[in-house]
Ligand binder design. Structure first.
Ligand code: SF4
Ligand code: SF4
Length: 274
């Protein structure tokens, strides 16, 4: 069982809800923090026995003494990560997607691959929750390989909750792929609705069943609810604006510590998804 928690935009309370769902889970569960550019689930969960591993990707290195300047490597690179000038090849690491195409096509065998670290995975335990957190190194732009590594680090025998990166681009899709269900967290504002529509289009393209949670549900207008009704989208829960929750959040405390009564509806959501 793999459930993705996502949102079209940041700041909707996606991570807060991911942590709360993990705490409401009946039994051992894994929480994968795949929001690798800004992972913050561990702020709420003080990890015990944590360990860290570096994640690397292969990056091409060109041996200029073998290069003939034929330009085939730059021509095959769909990401413009290579530029050939005479017999010298420039590699723009930030653009490289580590597809291996240039290494394979080079007729002079002038290209080899070297590992380059892109980030770290920290894993640890908080009660019955096993947290795996991906953290992209500063200056690195390639989130998907690190997200894939975080997902690969999960124990397939245990249920998985994935805190996805916000938005609807490659990182979110990489995190969400393969999920049995998606929970889209939104807020009742024009921005919330706009980005929810994008998120709904994305999960429908991925053919993943989904439902919506509206956070700070009494802080905006009714357009998100009307949209869900019109699109026949399951509205799983509405959480009203609460100063108590906001204050707890600012102290690094969890949603359930501020509003323990939310545990029952969250458990009901888990039960109905299962
Ligand atoms: S394909 Fe090989 S030989 Fe041709 S320009 Fe690239 S590195 Fe040089
Ligand atoms: S490995 Fe792929 S993405 Fe990277 S430079 Fe070579 S062809 Fe381009």
């Amino acid at each position: 069982m793999q459930i993705a928690i996502a949102s079209g935009k940041g700041g909707t309370g996606k991570t807060t809800l991911s942590v709360a769902l993990a705490q409401a889970w009946n039994g051992p569960v894994q929480l994968l923090d795949c929001d690798v550019e800004a992972p913050n689930a561990s702020i709420f969960l003080s990890l015990e026995n944590s360990s860290e591993q570096t994640v690397s990707v292969p990056i091409p290195v060109v041996d200029s003494s073998r290069c003939t300047g034929c330009g085939k490597c730059a021509a095959v690179c769909e990401f413009n990560a290579l530029a050939v000038a005479g017999k010298s090849v420039l590699v723009f690491e930030e653009l490289c997607h580590s597809c291996g195409g240039c290494t394979r096509i080079c007729p002079a065998q002038a290209i080899t691959e070297q590992p380059r670290g892109i980030g770290k995975i920290r894993t640890g335990q908080f009660g019955t929750i096993r947290l795996a957190e991906g953290r992209l190194d500063i200056g690195r732009a390639m989130a998907p390989p690190l997200i894939r590594a975080v997902k690969k680090s999960a124990d397939p025998a245990l249920p998985i909750l994935i805190d996805c990166p916000p938005g609807t681009s490659c990182p979110m899709i990489t995190a969400m792929k393969g999920s049995d269900f998606a929970i889209l967290v939104t807020e009742p504002t024009p921005f919330g609705l706009h980005d929810l529509v994008l998120a709904v289009e994305t999960v429908r393209l991925l053919a993943i069943p989904f439902g919506v949670i509206i956070n700070r549900s009494d802080s905006g207008d009714a357009r998100v609810v009307e949209y869900c009704e019109k699109e026949k989208i399951r509205l799983l829960l509405q959480i009203p604006e609460s100063r108590k929750i906001a204050e707890a959040y600012s102290r690094g405390e969890t949603l359930l510590s501020a509003e323990p009564a939310l545990k029952t509806p969250l458990q009901e959501i888990i039960r109905s998804i299962r």
